[in-house]
Design a protein around this ligand. Sequence first.
Ligand SMILES: [Zn+2]
Length: 399
Amino acid sequence: MLAIELYRSVPRYVAARAVGERFPGLLAGPVAPLRLVNREDPSPPADGWARLRPRLAGICGSDLSTLAGRSSFYFSPLVSMPFVPGHEVVGELVDDVDGLTAGTRVVLDPVLSCATRGLEPCPSCAAGTTGRCDRVTVGHVSPGLQTGYCADTGGGWSRQLVAHRSQMHPLPDRLSDRKAVLVEPLACAVHAALRAAPGPGASVLVVGAGTVGILTLLALREFTGAGRITVVAKHPGQRELARGYGATDVVDVPGAVGALRRSSRALRLKPERGGEFLLGGVDVSIDCVGSRSSLELCLRTTRAGGRVVMTGLPTAGADLTPLWFRELELVGAYASGTERVNGDERRTFELAVDLAADAPIEGVVGAVYPLRDWRRAIDHALDAGRLGTAKVVFDPRED
Ligand SMILES: [Zn+2]
């Protein structure tokens, strides 16, 4: 079976870490810790598992951070090598499994929680908050916080993987593959919007207008009563998308603090060194980038007592002074689980499937590559914003 594999080679991994910072263009080249391989089909490790053939599989910002060695070494015990990346997957079942028949089209909830590992549920899984599972390193399969980081399951960047019944959500026919491949990032966006939980009419800042930012904006409009939403977008194509998806204001990075000062009637201060900040500001901010500067922009423009949500995979080094001085609430939003919407408990993935079917997100997938063109695909994804593309995906069925 054809697959793209991420293998650990410590010297190469360290080299990618060092080089990734300075020469991002090299990442898809000779220092990439990736290779195209023909590997054995992964086999179902226990009852309740089945084989799945990917139809489309997305390239996520967290995949790119992993390739670049930008993600924290914190993750190293939470993955098992070598693994096939790809956790944004729409595919079709090869086997019948617990009420689903072979050929059924499904999207994958990638979290490898207690149910997939044959374990009694941990407190988080018992409460339906599977993204917070404590047992992602034990049980039927090797360590791996998600499919796409586990040596035993395979991943979306291949012709075949295995998945547990609890990870699969069947799709209505009206949901195209191009929309369905966005269900996983959309579930994360819905979860982030509900973790942000802006009150009725609250002002919200969304930093970043790549796939995560755009889908978070969509989820804020669908599931919260947010008032003014200001989106910070780097590239012209992103600004246009943000306007189309319901942003009140769309600003570029240099203009962000000034625009937020005006809209929130705050006081702007300029420190001797470092970025400007506000006394006053937005009620809630959401970092959809995960860089030091994006998090600092959120911390520096959120009003005292407000909330800052981190949904991008973070990098280290932000100045936390405003967190203390402004008594901010810093909230993480990882993966998905169960949400309470209008008094009802719903799986985040069910909400995301419904929203994907109804929302005009057909154009978010901007480029499709076969596995053999992985270097071009990764290059494109690394530079997607500038090239006017939101999401780059693989079609593993193509030669
Ligand atoms: Zn668990």
